[in-house]
Design a protein around this ligand. Structure first.
Ligand SMILES: Cc1cc2nc3c(=O)[nH]c(=O)nc-3n(C[C@H](O)[C@H](O)[C@H](O)COP(=O)(O)OP(=O)(O)OC[C@H]3O[C@@H](n4cnc5c(N)ncnc54)[C@H](O)[C@@H]3O)c2cc1C
Ligand code: SF4
Ligand code: SF4
Length: 337
């Protein structure tokens, strides 16, 4: 069988199936396994905060050491024909290998929302960053500094729901991971950079994941929570960032000035998933993220992880396990017919 996408979902499913004796062709576009999750930082403070990022390395080790998994990196799916089996044409280093398989798992993941058209100055003001960029900065240097002058920020604003729960964009879904990710990052930075004040602008906090309620109650003591989404972000003469927002407590518009503004971008259906769906004659409406009912997939085609809907790492691993079980049963039944 073939797994398309070598993120945490694809790797987990490949490992589960390989352990059951199935030969798995694991195809990944990029030059490494792990997808978005492999580039996330550990957000531990004085203790582990269960962000899940460290699960990825172990899964990669399990996949690369299992002889039943054949890994194709820097490889694209060029064409999928179907006779009795799937005839997949890959594109790799100018070569076009063909592989025949009985089942395909779409594990092609998500695309991060690009906030360039939102009124927050992203792309114009250096100290406005996305949550993904902040996460990478934390992973690479262990500390957060302002891109404009390399100084430690004294205060930071986190704006939630950027690209998600946005009817003007037709994105009605909650991305599920960004409240937890932003709070964990804020607390991690506060722990490493004493005195940094964090303010969280939100609609309502989504409470997903293990022990989140306790963690959230504790975070409220250390992070200023304002239940409002700012209208815009402007740069001040001294290179800071001014936010205006409607304050629910005073019922009036207020302004606040920050050293950095972080946009908590949401998870979007990816172009790559769209292309794969087209190759497999799947109705893309099913991958619109807002769907509540199961997606009708052609026989032998399965899907899991953030290709289907916004998911955390732990949920992606569960989704992969469920898909692997279904694929194993499908392969067993189809080999008997
Ligand atoms: C800012 C941010 C912070 C986050 N923080 C957390 C956190 O703290 N904790 C948490 O649990 N989750 C977090 N997440 C969510 C986490 O990233 C996802 O749960 C996880 O990445 C989903 O894994 P996936 O394998 O389904 O998708 P992806 O990570 O998107 O992986 C998909 C893979 O498939 C490959 N691919 C796509 N199309 C093709 C194709 N046609 N052919 C070959 N390969 C293909 C891609 O290159 C990629 O490697 C965060 C996400 C964001 C954006
Ligand atoms: S779960 Fe997250 S916080 Fe805990 S050790 Fe792993 S990477 Fe660090
Ligand atoms: S998880 Fe939080 S920030 Fe993300 S879309 Fe849902 S409510 Fe908004």
């Amino acid at each position: 069988m073939m797994v398309i996408g070598g993120g945490i979902t694809g790797i987990s499913a490949a490992v589960d199936l390989a352990r059951l004796g199935v030969t798995v062709f694991l195809v990944e576009n990029s030059g490494s396994l792990g997808g978005h999750a492999a580039r996330l930082s550990c957000k531990a403070t004085d203790r582990c905060v269960a962000c899940g990022a460290c699960m990825v390395e172990e899964k990669i080790r399990q996949a690369t050491s299992n002889a039943n998994i054949r890994i194709y990196l820097n490889t694209r799916v060029d064409k999928i024909d179907r006779d009795k089996r799937f005839e997949v044409t890959l594109k790799q280093d100018g070569q076009m290998p063909h592989i025949d398989v009985d089942a395909i798992l779409m594990a092609s993941g998500f695309a991060p929302f690009h906030p360039v058209n939102k009124p927050y100055g992203y792309g114009r003001f250096e100290n406005v960053m996305t949550s993904l960029e902040l996460d990478r900065m934390l992973r690479q240097s262990g500390a957060v500094t302002r891109p404009s002058d390399s100084q430690f920020p004294r205060n930071m604003a986190f704006i939630q729901c950027v690209g998600s729960r946005d009817s003007s964009l037709g994105h009605l879904w909650c991305s599920k991971i960004c409240c937890g990710a932003a709070l964990r990052m804020a607390r991690c930075i506060q722990n490493r950079q004493q005195g940094m004040e964090a303010t969280f602008f939100y609609i309502d906090v989504q409470n997903f994941g293990k022990n989140f309620q306790i963690y959230y109650a504790d975070s409220r003591q250390r992070v200023r929570m304002i239940r409002s989404i700012p209208a815009d972000v402007l740069k001040t003469a001294d290179d800071r960032l001014k936010l205006s927002y409607f304050d629910p407590d005073t019922q009036a518009y207020q302004e606040a000035v920050f050293d950095m503004v972080i946009l908590s971008i949401g998870l979007m259906p990816s172009e790559s998933t769209r292309n794969l769906a087209a190759m497999l004659n799947i109705d893309m409406a099913g991958f619109a993220y807002a769907r509540k009912t199961p997606i009708p997939l052609p026989e032998g085609v399965f899907a899991a992880g953030a290709a289907l809907e916004p998911m955390s790492i732990a949920e992606s691993i569960l989704s992969a396990g469920k898909a692997a079980g279904n694929i194993y049963r499908y392969l067993e039944t189809s080999s008997q017919t």
